[in-house]
Design a protein. Structure first.
Length: 256
């Protein structure tokens, strides 16, 4: 397998980004976006995914951090797609349940060529330092779309916004690490029955499990012997409910 590295520079009227990634690295990072908490998250992503990640973003922070965070997701996704090449010999799938103190985050990845995010998390509209917490979702939408990966992120537990978001970045990094790793049993074969895993210019989908979580029903049966709480019954109905974004159903293969 040849060296899997990529470097992409992208300049718009809102951001100037230079980013490089090495998939088979040691977690060496150098990140400068002008947003301290976001730098911390990208550094954690590189360290826990063992990706060598260099990021420089000069954005219009006098407006807010939105363009810098989203555009970094765009470029980082493009860099991963480029570094993966034809995707021969990779494991393709990865998943993890990542604890971060009281927070517990599940992330699952399929390097499918179909860029889409499935999101089940409740992140409040608060600031973590100078980082708008709602931009975490914007980053992962942009990353999944441009990397051409199917990405599931689910918040299983958590109250502290810092812990929840950090758990997300670490969990996605670990899942991506698994999915990108060479599979020695696969050899040089492509992990697909279709014969291709090309990132296609298709409408990018963003789904949430539910816009409003319905109340959990409890059966009348006896409590568990250990904890004294009854087993919740999952609500009936479709599991995934599409939510329209500002561009319809998130037709978001870049770019702005």
């Amino acid at each position: 397998m040849s060296e899997r590295v990529a470097r992409i520079a992208r300049t718009t009227k809102e951001t100037d980004i230079d980013l490089s990634v090495g998939l088979d690295g040691t977690g060496k990072t150098n990140v400068e976006t002008g947003i301290g908490f976001f730098d911390h998250m990208l550094t954690a992503f590189g360290r826990h995914g063992l990706f060598d990640l260099q990021v420089r973003c000069d954005g219009d922070l006098e407006v807010d951090g939105h363009h810098s965070v989203e555009d970094t997701g765009i470029v980082m996704g493009q860099a991963f797609a480029q570094a993966l090449g034809d995707k021969r010999g990779i494991r393709r799938f990865g998943d993890i349940a990542m604890p971060m103190d009281e927070a517990l985050i599940m992330a699952a990845v399929d390097i499918s060529g179909r860029g889409q995010l499935y999101w089940d998390a409740e992140v409040p509209a608060v600031m973590v330092g100078t980082f708008d917490a709602t931009l975490a979702k914007e980053f992962f939408i942009a990353f999944a779309a441009n990397a051409g990966v199917t990405l599931h992120i689910r918040q299983l537990a958590g109250e502290n916004t810092h812990h929840v978001i950090e758990g997300m970045f670490k969990a996605v990094a670990r899942a991506m690490r698994q999915a990108c790793e060479p599979d020695p049993r696969m050899g040089d074969a492509l992990p697909s029955t279709k014969g291709m895993l090309t990132t296609a210019a298709i409408p990018v989908r963003y789904f949430a499990v539910s816009a409003v979580r319905p109340p959990v029903a409890f059966p009348a049966g006896p409590p568990h012997s250990g904890g004294g709480c009854r087993t919740p019954v999952p609500p009936a109905g479709p599991f995934y409910i599409p939510i329209a974004g500002r561009n319809g159903l998130f037709h978001r293969l870049p770019s702005r």
